[in-house]
Design a protein around this ligand. Structure first.
Ligand code: B16
Ligand code: MG
Length: 219
């Protein structure tokens, strides 16, 4: 049985993934670089500096450490501007209800996000108190697909990995959950979650039968 569920943030609880994309697209426009859709998907769950490197590589461009710092900072400033627009309409439909249902059944709730802005987003939406523990980009030294973000979350919740499930919209996040020895739920429309080894694919929260999920009969 599942005793804890750890949620990724961007693309699973809030559609801030779209705001991250907008931030990177604007940086690419500044620089005269391409930002194709498949690159946008590759940035899911990936840290800020690694995201920038993927964009540089896809454009065949190199930059000094100082230039990279400046560009990553600029993207984050754009992102923070967009965050000011984030309100309840940016919540993934059904996410909050699903978390409340899980809590009602005594399941512990964690956050496992690569984002250094994760707490700002939770606070802005007033949903911080739905989470028993939050691990964010400020707590980790290794990015998904490394399991650190989820392993630390499980430890802080006091639940062993095999009794934890992770909701993730990113290939890197599904891989991280599997590496942590947790049940991996590939959430939403991202391509490749199945091939990444998701234990269960959940297209949206309306699809999810919470009792069957907790009983472990869905995978
Ligand atoms: P920041 P998640 C991730 O959050 C995003 O998916 C990814 O696109 C972003 O680059 C990363 O956070 C770092 O975010 O620049 O705010 O530190 O999906 O793990 O919740
Ligand atoms: Mg995500």
């Amino acid at each position: 049985t599942i005793e804890a569920v750890i949620f990724d943030l961007d693309g699973v609880v809030v559609y801030t993934d779209e705001y991250h994309s907008r931030g990177w697209r604007r940086l690419c426009d500044d620089q005269g670089w391409r930002f194709p859709e498949e690159v946008s998907d590759q940035l899911r769950g990936v840290s800020r500096m690694e995201s920038l490197q993927i964009i540089l590589d896809s454009n065949g461009v190199s930059a000094t450490g100082e230039e990279k710092e400046e560009m990553a900072h600029r993207k984050n400033e754009y992102y923070k501007t967009y965050l000011q627009e984030v309100d309840e309409s940016a919540l993934v439909p059904g996410a909050v209800d699903c978390i409340r249902e899980l809590r009602r059944r005594g399941v512990l709730i964690g956050l496992g996000s690569a984002s250094k802005n994760a707490l700002t987003v939770l606070r802005g939406l007033g949903i911080e108190e739905l989470f028993d523990q939050a691990v964010t980009g400020l707590d980790i030294t290794r990015s998904k697909p490394d399991p650190q973000v989820f392993t630390l979350g499980g430890q802080r919740l006091g639940v062993s990995p095999e009794r934890c499930a992770v909701f993730e919209d990113a290939v890197s996040g599904v891989e991280a959950a599997n590496a942590a020895g947790m049940i991996s739920v590939g959430f939403g429309p991202t391509q490749g979650l199945d091939q990444a080894g998701a234990d269960l694919l959940v297209p949206d929260y309306a699809w999810l039968d919470i009792d069957a999920f907790l009983a472990g009969t869905l995978w």
